[in-house]
Design a protein around this ligand. Structure first.
Ligand SMILES: *[C@@H]1O[C@H](CO)[C@@H](O)[C@H](O)[C@H]1NC(C)=O
Ligand SMILES: *[C@@H]1O[C@H](CO)[C@@H](O)[C@H](O)[C@H]1NC(C)=O
Ligand SMILES: *[C@@H]1O[C@H](CO)[C@@H](O)[C@H](O)[C@H]1NC(C)=O
Ligand SMILES: *[C@@H]1O[C@H](CO)[C@@H](O)[C@H](O)[C@H]1NC(C)=O
Ligand SMILES: *[C@@H]1O[C@H](CO)[C@@H](O)[C@H](O)[C@H]1NC(C)=O
Ligand SMILES: *[C@@H]1O[C@H](CO)[C@@H](O)[C@H](O)[C@H]1NC(C)=O
Ligand SMILES: *[C@@H]1O[C@H](CO)[C@@H](O)[C@H](O)[C@H]1NC(C)=O
Ligand SMILES: *[C@@H]1O[C@H](CO)[C@@H](O)[C@H](O)[C@H]1NC(C)=O
Ligand SMILES: *[C@@H]1O[C@H](CO)[C@@H](O)[C@H](O)[C@H]1NC(C)=O
Ligand SMILES: *[C@@H]1O[C@H](CO)[C@@H](O)[C@H](O)[C@H]1NC(C)=O
Ligand SMILES: *[C@@H]1O[C@H](CO)[C@@H](O)[C@H](O)[C@H]1NC(C)=O
Length: 275
């Protein structure tokens, strides 16, 4: 074989190697799940583990269905509805606010803040703080307690008294008893401002609307490895396990993991073509 022939063989070989990645049909799931969720309000580029809207359940993880309505993104966690204000896919953090307390310090139903601990946790380094909201309080006749940490609600035309407490000003005054109490995290700056005597119902509402940080757990490590290998993360509904969608097919963990026949056949073809 002289140099010219060798060069020709090399060029043909390279061309044949390049062709399959251009004309081959991309894996359907890979293609579908590469689409991020359509923009909702200020939030865009939403990928795994989130799904809903234009993203199939197989593109996300169970428990991460998002709903976008009038530019408001919502996520249900253990039957509590949250507004999603921010998504950081580097730190796997979400900033969420309770939908029932959005622009409303007087919910009709009193529920504590709770997460599904299988897939969420409070973000440990966020420095958020729980405050407590006490509803339907009774101030007995002999009580001399006056607290600036109060707000009122109108319940069926009657005014109810309510109080909010932070770590710094814990404890209702003497002679104050309340019908219900709930706990909600707010950021530390907000908690400090709320503990000052100069506090107000507006500050309370701002703190609740600003939300708090939570972290998600949805095979995060697997997903990082899959993405690094050029894949798109997803979930196998039938098998109930993580999936890595790659341009050729679905892999278990990463695009370069244990080839299952297909890959070997392909590379053999290339070798045959070259020679
Ligand atoms: C988008 O962000 C801007 C500034 O950050 C804010 O003023 C605006 O209200 C946000 N819009 C929505 C729909 O959240
Ligand atoms: C992560 O965020 C970046 C920038 O916002 C975006 O380009 C990327 O598609 C996101 N990835 C996923 C998996 O959501
Ligand atoms: C969602 O993905 C499943 C496979 O996991 C598929 O059977 C189904 O047809 C897909 N649905 C849509 C709307 O693409
Ligand atoms: C979230 O919960 C609300 C109220 O319970 C319900 O109407 C809605 O359908 C739920 N959304 C999803 C995606 O489950
Ligand atoms: C919590 O999340 C896991 C995983 O998605 C799910 O199997 C379980 O049903 C959820 N629990 C509740 C109470 O929503
Ligand atoms: C995600 O959080 C990290 C660490 O706090 C920060 O450096 C990064 O800018 C954030 N990314 C986005 C898209 O907000
Ligand atoms: C919220 O949790 C606190 C402390 O666990 C409890 O005392 C209170 O009754 C709970 N509130 C509701 C409405 O369940
Ligand atoms: C707030 O209270 C919940 C329990 O009601 C607890 O799991 C969580 O760690 C608390 N958050 C902070 C920031 O103290
Ligand atoms: C509520 O707070 C205001 C000041 O913000 C105070 O004047 C008033 O006495 C308080 N009411 C009660 C019931 O503590
Ligand atoms: C009212 O509160 C005071 C404490 O401030 C208490 O000593 C008294 O027993 C209470 N009275 C009633 C009727 O609950
Ligand atoms: C804390 O919440 C307040 C609203 O109460 C907001 O103005 C502020 O930007 C928040 N700070 C951080 C660090 O998120």
């Amino acid at each position: 074989m002289d140099a010219k022939l060798l060069l020709l063989a090399l060029i043909i070989g390279l061309a044949l190697l390049a062709i399959p990645s251009c004309v081959c049909q991309y894996d359907q799931q890979y293609q579908a799940c590469s689409q991020t969720l359509l923009q909702c309000g200020n939030i865009s580029e939403i990928g795994y583990p989130f799904w809903g809207g234009n993203r199939n359940a197989s593109c996300g993880y169970p428990g991460f269905e998002l709903n976008c309505q009038n530019d408001v993104l919502r996520l249900n966690i253990s039957s509590t509805v949250y507004r999603v204000l921010d998504i950081n896919n580097t730190t796997q953090a979400l900033r969420v606010a309770r939908d029932d307390l959005w622009d409303d310090t007087c919910p009709r139903v009193f529920t504590n803040t709770s997460l599904n601990s299988t897939i969420f946790n409070y973000f440990s380094t966020a420095n958020d703080q729980n405050i407590s909201l006490h509803y339907g309080c009774n101030i007995n006749q002999t009580s001399t307690a006056i607290s600036p940490y109060n707000f009122s609600c109108s319940v069926n035309g009657a005014i109810s008294w309510n109080f909010f407490l932070t770590r710094e000003n814990s404890g209702l005054g003497n002679g104050i008893t309340c019908a219900a109490v709930i706990s909600v995290p707010v950021n530390q700056t907000a908690a400090w401002a709320l503990a000052m005597p100069t506090t107000s119902t507006n500050l309370l509402q701002d703190a609740l609307n600003n939300g708090f940080l939570i972290q998600w757990f949805a095979n995060n490590d697997n997903c990082n490895l899959c993405a690094r290998s050029g894949g798109v993360c997803g979930y196998n509904q039938d098998g109930g396990s993580f999936s890595c969608y790659c341009s050729d097919r679905t892999h278990e963990f990463t695009c370069d993991d244990n080839p299952k026949g297909n890959d070997i056949a392909l590379s053999n073809n290339h070798r045959l073509d070259v020679y």
